[in-house]
Ligand binder design. Structure first.
Ligand code: KG4
Ligand code: ZN
Length: 348
């Protein structure tokens, strides 16, 4: 199978987006449907797993039907069904995996299990222009992961480092909560940071020298300590019916200083890896890859091409899953009907 018109249906339900997409030849998006639950989880300040899996059950059939309708294809046009098996929330993963299994079985199509982080990397194959050439370096930064990974071929990964505590996106989400900015934290911190001074607060950077691992939990604690220390400064906080909130001028500086600390570490570690390993380009993926400061910082620091998907392909979607599935199938790989969810799956 090497037809560039080969169509794969991708299904992704690892966290709080119910997503389905049809991709041709692993590179051309025919449809990309994402039903976000963010408005439902917002009021809880984060994803509630039980609520997420119930929402997936409600959304999955309409979302898959919409993906086929948008692509203007029927089941007999498809060559396979690719689905995220992990990492992610077990109850959420189960919905997508069982749907994919049932549909593949009923329509006589191969089932291809895909690691969620692969989906983020394969967003790079959905960009216009020539396909990326191996070896590649990938930085996947999302709500649950921060991973630097070498990719030596389709489906071939060697993790160089990962977070030892909070993921980058998790840090954005937790700090946004400390600053009273709501959920999800990334976009609101980015917005607040636009009018802030990134050098206003000297927040720590955990370099973990000699490794490509990351740590962001100390940074989050440092933001909390800063807020506690400054609380006695007149005008720093206001007491509202919702509680004590940090005033906007301080929020902006704290958000900008926090964002800069995250960006500095991600950029420097990626730059070092790009010098140490003989790669042709760097792929940036995952929800935090939507961050403008990170995109700009990497672009400025790297000598090699940076492959950055548009924001809609950085956050969770099924097009990357379909693309990864295409190349697995091309390698002659397919999953058995006993494929199970792996909530703590790793890459490489
Ligand atoms: O990849 P993703 O959609 O889901 C996971 O696999 O976790 O990533 C979601 C994460 C959240 O933590 C969110 O705050 C973060 O990506 N995020 C951002 C931005 N947009 C989303 N972080 C920083 N800046 C952004 N613009
Ligand atoms: Zn993700």
């Amino acid at each position: 199978m090497n037809d560039h018109d080969t169509l794969i249906l991708g299904i992704e339900t690892s966290c709080d987006e119910t997503a389905a997409a049809v991709v041709a030849g692993g590179r051309r998006i025919l449809s990309n449907v994402v039903a976000s639950q963010v408005d439902i989880h917002k009021r809880f300040g984060g994803v509630v797993p039980e609520v997420a899996s119930r929402q997936h059950i409600l959304a999955i059939v309409p979302v898959v039907n919409q993906a086929l309708a948008d692509a203007d294809v029927t089941w007999k046009d498809l060559a396979g069904v690719a689905v995220t098996y992990g990492p992610g929330l077990v109850g959420s993963l189960l919905v997508g995996l069982n749907m994919a299994k049932s549909l593949a079985f009923a329509h006589g199509l191969p089932l291809i299990g895909v690691n969620h982080l692969e989906g983020h990397l394969y967003a790079a194959w959905l960009l216009d222009g020539d396909a990326p050439t191996f070896p590649l370096l990938g930085l996947v930064v999302s709500g649950a992961h921060s991973t630097l990974v070498m990719m030596t071929g389709h489906g071939q990964y060697q993790a160089l480092g990962r977070t030892i505590d909070d993921a980058a996106g998790e840090a954005f989400d937790k700090v946004a909560r400390l600053l009273g900015l709501g959920y999800p934290g990334g976009p609101v911190i980015q917005k607040a940071a636009e009018s802030g001074n990134p050098s206003a607060y000297p927040l720590p950077r955990a370099w973990l020298r000699g490794t490509y691992d990351f740590s962001f939990s100390g940074l989050k604690t440092a933001v909390l300590r800063t807020i506690e220390e400054k609380s006695s400064v007149p005008g720093f906080t206001t007491v509202t019916p919702q509680g004590t909130v940090v005033n906007p001028a301080y929020v902006a500086d704290l958000a900008a200083s926090f964002q800069q600390a995250v960006v500095d570490v991600l950029v420097e570690k990626t730059r070092q890896a790009s010098l140490e390993f003989p790669v042709t380009a760097i792929i940036l993926g995952g929800g935090v890859a939507a961050n403008t400061a990170l995109r700009q910082g990497l672009k400025a620091a790297l000598k090699l091409p940076l492959l950055v998907p548009p924001p809609a392909l950085c956050t969770d979607n099924a097009a990357g899953i379909a693309s990864a599935g295409h190349f697995h199938l091309l390698n002659g790989e397919r999953s058995g009907w006993d494929l199970d969810v792996k909530p703590t799956a790793r890459l490489g």
